[in-house]
Design a protein around this ligand. Structure first.
Ligand SMILES: NC(=O)c1ccc[n+]([C@@H]2O[C@H](COP(=O)([O-])OP(=O)(O)OC[C@H]3O[C@@H](n4cnc5c(N)ncnc54)[C@H](OP(=O)(O)O)[C@@H]3O)[C@@H](O)[C@H]2O)c1
Length: 293
């Protein structure tokens, strides 16, 4: 079977599709035939050498796929599942035709989406939910989300709205204003300097922009990006493998309360992974880029 691996760090040219042995599921593990995975910034950062595990490594942090063998009572062959796998920490990359993962990383895929499209949910979704939990956003909050047209930001806008909070947003281009409004953001701006001062009780930064002047004194400032501003109370949120969060997100999708934005124009078969990385790194894409297997 084939997997997308890197044996050294560098540009997209270091990505190679390599034949590797089929994985065998261990105790408590489930074997999955991968249908789709998504491109996330961590993938190109790992490839470029900014972060990462020992090489050679199979890349990829999430998947949607079909169970083909199971050593866990909860899953049976034929089940459609999604998963997040913390590839940097565990070296269990998901960009392979077959992947064996501990059952605790899986949850049932949403039933109202094509399984391929469900590949857009896991990492971005769990990151957004975890960060909003860290920010303890509730219905009384006035929230600012930066990078709101991006994968994590776009999901975070919807999740924050779902709590009843008021949500404003910052995007990178004027062309992305409507994208954030469609997801539920009220006041959307493309220029950080235009943000109102001392207005937000919570800020979620997904774009690495210092918007501290917009925070009310004592407000919560959670960032998933770098750099973290040097302000009291600012904290970084790191995504975790979290089956419960994944299940909550799948349920929201199935209830029609969470929409995934997918960049259908930029859906790449896995052997075109170099082109996928090039497109992703160029920026400006609205929606998740999927790799299909
Ligand atoms: N801490 C964690 O656990 C964790 C987990 C996942 C992701 N991350 C990090 O979080 C960041 C976002 O991830 P993602 O998956 O959402 O990436 P993404 O889909 O590329 O979204 C990032 C968004 O931010 C926008 N942006 C960039 N510069 C901006 C600016 N100056 N003002 C407003 N918007 C701006 C981008 O617009 P353009 O495309 O037009 O540039 C894009 O819409 C990345 O740095 C990623 O590495 C961290």
């Amino acid at each position: 079977m084939y997997a997308i691996q890197i044996a050294r760090h560098g540009g997209p040219e270091v990505l190679s599709v390599r034949e590797i042995p089929h994985p065998t599921p261990g105790v408590g593990e489930v074997l999955i035939r991968t249908v789709a995975s998504s491109l996330n910034p961590v993938d190109w950062k790992t490839r470029a050498g900014e972060v990462g595990p020992q090489l050679p490594a199979t890349l990829g942090w999430d998947l949607a796929g079909v169970v083909t063998a199971s050593n866990h009572s909860r899953y049976r062959p034929g089940d459609q599942v999604i998963a997040v796998s913390a590839q940097i920490a565990t070296s269990r990359g998901t960009w392979a035709e077959q992947v064996s993962l501990p059952a605790r990383l899986l949850t049932a895929a949403p039933t109202t989406l094509a399984l391929e499209d469900a590949g857009a949910l896991p990492l971005a979704g769990v990151t957004a939910l975890h960060a909003l939990s860290r920010a303890a956003v509730t219905d009384g909050d006035n929230v600012l989300i930066t990078g709101a047209a991006g994968a994590v930001g776009g999901i975070a806008v919807q999740l924050a709205r779902h709590t009843g909070a008021t949500v404003d947003a910052l995007v990178s281009h004027p062309e992305h204003l409507d994208a954030a409004r469609e997801l539920g953001a009220k006041d959307v701006r493309p220029i950080p300097a235009d943000l109102p001062r001392r207005t937000y009780t919570a800020v979620l930064d997904t774009a690495g922009i210092d918007t501290c002047p917009a925070l009310v004194p004592g407000g919560r400032y959670i960032s998933i990006a770098d750099p973290l501003p040097d302000v009291r109370g600012a904290a970084k949120s790191y995504v975790q493998e979290d089956q419960d969060h994944l299940a909550q997100l799948a349920a929201l999708v199935d209830r029609g309360e969470l929409r995934l934005r997918i960049a259908y124009r930029y859906r790449y078969p896995f052997h075109e992974v170099r082109s996928a990385h090039e497109r992703f790194e160029a920026g400006g894409v609205l929606g998740k880029i999927l790799l299909t297997f």
